[in-house]
Design a protein around this ligand. Sequence first.
Ligand code: PLP
Length: 226
Amino acid sequence: MNIDFVRKEIPVTSRRAYFDNAGTGPPSINVLNAIHEYLTDWRDYGENWEEWLPIIIDSRRLFAKMIGAGLEEVASVPNVSSALTALASSVKYKPGGNIVISELNFPTNIYLWHLQKKHGRANDVRLLRKDRTGVVPLDEWEKAIDDDTSIVSVDYVSWANGCREKIREITKIAHEHNAFVRHRRLLPRTRSLPDQCQARRGRCASLRNVQVDARAPRRRLPIHTP
Ligand SMILES: Cc1ncc(COP(=O)(O)O)c(C=O)c1O
């Protein structure tokens, strides 16, 4: 990696060691140019849908390649919260089942599931607590997930303390409670939904072989993390 090039691309790094990339980090020159191009296009042509749509599809294709998925498996939505909401309303729940989440999840990824309980889609929302070292031990996931678990929703990297969850292992436990239904079908099963909002681009790609059912990364974030 050419570090001088990276510093030029992300100007703030020539003045600061910038670590707060989690929510909305400072954009790179590349990103600024693309936004400017888009706004100019919008100004000059209004809704230039014919030109925009192929770009959106192409970005989905590139992202799919990065995570080892097919184009039809990637959807572009405005943000992580709407992705999770769409998923929550499209998954089939086990009757009288439960949902397993962690207190290290972002609030969206906690309240959303309580709402599903309110709507009668689950009997129980199991909120796992962190221990004194700030992690939810794997055996807590193991204890909480059972044959009645419809959904395991976990933030890959916690917004609260940066804890990186053992997605591979948690997903394996989730799928062990799904003896009769095959992977990727929207049938009642234990589904593993990692929210990858806080994970770096490289980290998202490194999960390409983990058979999670859905993941929700954030475009705003990977764009400005070199
Ligand atoms: C782990 C995690 N999930 C979800 C969100 C919400 O993301 P969005 O604003 O894209 O809905 C955040 C915001 O920081 C987050 O850190």
